[in-house]
Each structure stands twice: as structure tokens, then as C-alpha cells.
Design a protein around this ligand. Sequence first.
Ligand SMILES: [Zn+2]
Length: 178
Amino acid sequence: MTNPKKIINFESAQKLVTRIAGEDAMRVIRIYEKKKANVTDEELAKKMRLKVTEVRTILNRLHYRGVALYQKSKNSKTGWYSYTWVVKSKRIAELLLEELGENLEKLESKQQIQSNYGLFSCKGLCETIPFEVAAEYRFKCPECGKAMNAVDTKKALKKTEQTLQNLRDEISAIQKSI
Ligand SMILES: [Zn+2]
């Protein structure tokens, strides 16, 4: 039996991490995954050849979303505080599932619209609207005024259903990674 794919190896997870904490955030996550231990921000900065302030910015952004947590400890000799950080990759999965769940809802309603209504559009790039709305406008595009015709939604519906299937597969793979 193969192990389930790790959450940080999902492209969508990597994108999410980069979006919430910047270009170098995945490097931070990978260092923690490798070490499986707590690392201080100074150690991280050295490893990554970044300034400590840059590493702290990344960690603070991750902390804001609950992905990185820290422990504060006082050095009894110097009286200085040091911050030891730990990364919760499970939290990345949670954030990702939240986001994908929203996408799923949107796609499901799109699928419903595409399968339940006749859709109408003009020949331009204006919005596609359901039959009832198009009828209210007497089949003249509310945006550009040109005539509106029925759209063949079969192709679009097929595409939506394929996207939905891929999304459901990904969600279940992510759930297995937790
Ligand atoms: Zn139009």
C-alpha cells in the first residue's frame, strides 16, 4: 500500500501557502517537514540565507492563518526571549479544504444553471443570462442591445462536470492526507 500524498505536495496547497505568506513560504514549510522539530527563526534565516526580519514576516503571516505557532522562552543568562516555531501542516489542509469547498459550491450551482435553464447570449462577449431574464429584456442584450440567442450549453455543462469531478477527487485526496 502506498502512503497517501502529503498535503505539502499538492500543487493547490503550495499555491495557497505562497498566496498567504509569500514566495519563500514553501521553503519554510519544507524545512520544517524535513526536520520534524522546532526551529528558531534565527536558524531558519541562516538556512535560507534570508534576514531574520524576512523570515519573521513569513512566520507571522503563517501564524495569522494558524499554520505556524510559536513558543516564547526566556534565556535565563541573557534575559532575551527566543521564539521557537512549529508548522502545522494539517492546518494547511484545513484552509485548503475550506477554499475548495467554496469552489465546489460555486461549480455545483453553475452546473445546476447550465442543466436547468436555457441560456441566452448576444454575439459579443457580454454576460450569458437565463431564459426568464432574457425574455424580460425581449431578447435584446441588456449590455450592448444586440439580439440574444439560445446558447448550446451541452459543451459548457460537460466541461463544468469534468471540473467538478476533478475537484471532488482532489478534495477526497486531501482528506486522505490528513
Ligand atoms: Zn451584448
